[in-house]
Design a protein around this ligand. Structure first.
Ligand code: PMP
Length: 299
């Protein structure tokens, strides 16, 4: 067995990572094999973006991180100000103005066994790097998606509102998408209603009204979703958060996804069927433009 084969996906060796109070070269940024985040997926995280050296809605992300941590009774060993400073320090250490930030809080090292009471010292680490989730041309052409057979987490299981380090359910749906030669999959909740995609929230437009599933559909309350809802309200577009079915997606005029990495991206095909005309629609185009303006104005 050769465990030392070169990895084409390995991080750049000069990357610097924040780990528990220090900024260190990526090779020195090590987490124990006994960290419960590795053993059990016991931890929470955030994905953020920096534009021109300013992190988009940093405070909202840190608030969501705190909520995720509270929901799993994990105490973050840093204040919000310390986290915020650490994010900017890591960006600066890597000379990144436009980039992606991954902020992780792990349960920490403990004994084998699920109990978090037998762990100590949660770890905080921050990676900053580039991310290209979707090819550029798809923002013009639109994305094809499928309906996943994997049901989004039941709200009484690991709540979808917790951004936990256990994404396996979504990864299974992502694998289904890749096997179908598309980049995203729509996940439905235990009632069969539309929830969200594996890493993005979903919106549709029908007869001029923008619609999106409510938080109670079992979704992550996306920071981009909130920003886009503000833009929709600013334009006084008819808007409703409502239960949506697969039928609603099939008969929609337009569809788009929102997420930190994806920003706002049109969806033009679902399950092999064109959505509306099969081209990104006018409302989607307008909101993409509005979102870009919002980013350009500093968020
Ligand atoms: N849903 C899921 C499951 C996600 O992982 C994400 C983040 N990638 C989103 C929605 C979008 O949230 P945000 O806009 O805060 O990135």
């Amino acid at each position: 067995m050769n465990f030392d084969q070169p990895n084409p996906f390995a991080p750049k060796p000069d990357l610097k990572v924040f780990l528990n109070g220090k900024i260190v070269p990526v090779a020195e940024a090590r987490i124990s094999v006994f960290d419960h985040c590795i053993l059990y997926g016991d931890g929470v995280f955030e994905g953020l973006r920096s534009y021109g050296g300013k992190v988009f809605r940093l405070d909202e992300h840190l608030k969501r991180l705190e909520d995720s941590a509270r929901a799993i009774q994990l105490e973050i060993p840093m204040t919000r100000k310390e986290l915020s400073d650490a994010v900017y320090d890591t960006l600066r250490a890597n000379n990144i103005g436009d980039g992606y930030v991954r902020l992780m809080v792990t349960r920490g090292v403990g004994t084998l066994g699920l109990s978090p009471r037998r762990t100590a010292c949660p770890s905080v680490y921050i990676i900053t790097d580039q991310i290209d989730l979707y090819p550029k041309e798809l923002y013009e052409k639109g994305l094809a998606v499928i309906s996943s057979s994997i049901v989004r987490n039941h709200p009484n299981a690991v709540s979808p509102r917790i951004k936990s380090c256990n994404y396996l359910n979504n990864i299974l749906a992502k694998i289904e998408a890749m096997d179908a030669d598309v980049l995203e999959a729509v996940m439905y909740n235990h009632l069969g209603n539309v929830a969200e995609c594996t890493g993005d929230n979903i919106f549709l437009v029908r007869d001029g009204m923008v619609q999106t599933p409510p938080i109670t559909a079992g979704i992550l309350e996306g920071i981009t979703r909130d920003a886009v809802i503000e833009l929709i309200k600013k334009r006084s577009l008819p808007f409703r958060q409502m239960e949506l079915s697969r039928h609603d997606l099939y008969v929609a005029d337009e569809c788009f996804l929102t997420g930190t990495a994806a920003e706002v991206i049109p969806v033009t095909k679902i399950d092999g069927r064109p959505i509306g005309t099969g081209e990104p629609g006018p409302v989607t185009r307008q909101l993409i433009e509005d979102f870009r303006e919002l980013l350009a104005s500093g968020g």
